[in-house]
Design a protein around this ligand. Structure first.
Ligand code: FUB
Length: 459
């Protein structure tokens, strides 16, 4: 409790008082679940099961992994599908609940082929593209030490590299004797020895490991009879000797079914990413198989125990302001209405499905002494057979806040024919939330929006 007070006081002292009102869910334009977190180069990357692939009813069918990232925990960049099966791993039919790790400049993603074995993919960059690393499963029921087990779900890997460089993978589900841990070799794509186990009270799924002040914290989802909480155990070794620690977090509001989390540290603070089903609920669709991402802070008490996390609507404090004088991808979003993202011909992402009245918001933008003009890379095609385009209104602080400029998006010759357009602004300084509000004749597809940047006064 004292630690939480200290962190909030420090944030206020160093000038974060302009940043309030974080938002959960952190991503609402696509359905994402089962986050696995990687902190790399000042960003956190969350790798997720792609719930857009699930039918409203009828089960989990996810066969691709989507990545989103942020450095301020408020504005999240969509990197799209970074791995999909069977295209990127011909032996697999599903890619559930990924766990990322970086070693020696290579990035590894461990995933469940449903509940039927664990695969590993590799990439040169955290945003992929990831490709199959070994042309087959890394862990199967034949892997020494996995069996015997009763009704085990062979999935939900979590790979953790200890301070001495030894990597461990935790996995399994569906019973207190069904958690397994196995060493990985330094190549990160082969196992070393046999899997071992420790008893995990009420263990259901979603293994996670983090280390705090020399202690190992194994956290996991409890079974439905125990509320699908995230509980934890603490120990002095990564593989045994754990004792039950308590509750990291209760079942999130508007979740009502499986729970899955990832714990990470960024900027000196600890966080838990998790999913619930509030976007599906708000969109009036069945909530079974369409989950969405959320993020809240967690705190270790003086004695190392974890204070039970509070699920919030406002989320976490923004870690830094957004610099608008550099190229920002349009798919970097705090909140949105109506848009989708799609892949460019050059492999990047852009905003699409932009209709009249839709908008995106970016949070905590620092204009410093002043912004003078605004440039966007846009593309527009025919609407009902006619060359059209639309407008981007730039509004401050609220959806219907002051308009500081309007960028006209002309007909560019096609939705993949990109042009940079610039408009002069009412001089704007200081820190603001910025809404880009889209206007035009159509409710459907006015134009595509790739990236944007503000410019300072040239004087
Ligand atoms: O998303 C499919 C499964 O649901 C995951 O593997 C589990 O952790 C649960 O969230």
């Amino acid at each position: 409790m004292f630690r939480r007070f200290l962190i909030i006081s420090l944030l206020l002292l160093v000038g974060f008082e302009n940043i309030v009102n974080a938002d959960n869910p952190i991503v609402s334009h696509r359905y994402l679940a089962d986050p696995g977190a990687l902190v790399y180069n000042g960003h956190v990357y969350l790798y997720c099961s792609n719930d857009d692939q699930n039918p409203y009813e009828g089960g989990y069918k996810m066969s691709s992994i989507v990545c989103v990232s942020s450095s301020d925990l408020k504005n999240w960049t969509d990197h799209g599908k970074v791995f999909q099966v069977p295209q990127d791993a011909t032996w697999a039919i599903k890619s559930w609940a990924p766990s990322p790790v970086e070693r020696n400049g290579k990035f590894y993603l461990y995933f469940g082929n449903g509940g039927n074995g664990i695969g590993v993919a590799i990439a040169d960059s955290p945003a992929g593209p990831f490709t199959d690393a070994i042309d087959g499963k890394l862990v199967t029921s034949e892997t020494p030490g996995v069996m015997p087990a009763e009704h085990m779900w062979l999935f939900d890997p979590m790979t953790f590299i200890d301070d001495d460089g030894q990597a461990y993978m935790y996995f399994g589900g569906n019973g207190e004797n069904n958690m397994r841990v196995i060493k990985l070799n330094d190549d990160m794509i082969s196992v070393d020895g046999k899997a071992t186990s420790f008893k995990v009270p009420y263990f259901f799924e979603a293994s996670w490991m983090h280390k705090y002040e020399g202690k190992y914290y194994f956290s996991y989802s409890t079974n439905p009879r125990n509320g699908m909480r995230i509980d934890y155990m603490v120990g002095d070794s990564p593989v045994d000797g754990f004792t039950y620690g308590g509750v990291v977090s209760n079942q999130p509001p508007d979740n009502n079914n499986n729970n899955h989390h990832a714990i990470f540290q960024l900027g000196g603070n600890w966080y838990q990413a998790y999913h619930n089903r509030v976007v599906a609920k708000n969109n009036g669709i069945p909530t079974g198989y369409r989950r969405n991402l959320c993020l809240d802070a967690i705190f270790h008490n003086e004695d190392g125990s974890i204070e039970t996390m509070v699920n919030t609507v406002d989320g976490v404090q923004q870690l830094m302001h957004l610099n608008p004088f550099q190229r920002i991808e349009a798919e970097t979003i705090n909140e949105q209405k109506g848009i989708k993202t799609a892949v460019n011909l050059n492999g990047g992402l852009h905003l699409t499905a932009i209709g009249n009245g839709d908008w995106i918001k970016v949070k905590g933008v620092d204009f410093g002494d002043g912004a003078h003009s605004f440039t966007a890379n846009v593309a527009s095609g025919l609407i009902n057979g006619e060359p059209k385009g639309g407008e981007i209104e730039i509004r401050l602080d609220e959806e219907n806040g002051a308009v500081i400029g309007t960028l006209v998006v002309p007909y560019t010759g096609g939705l993949d024919v990109w042009k940079k357009e610039t408009t002069v602004l009412t001089e704007t300084s200081g820190i603001h939330d910025v809404y880009f509000k889209f206007k035009g004749d159509s409710a459907q597809q006015l134009f595509n929006f790739d990236y944007w940047q503000f410019e300072k006064n040239p004087d």
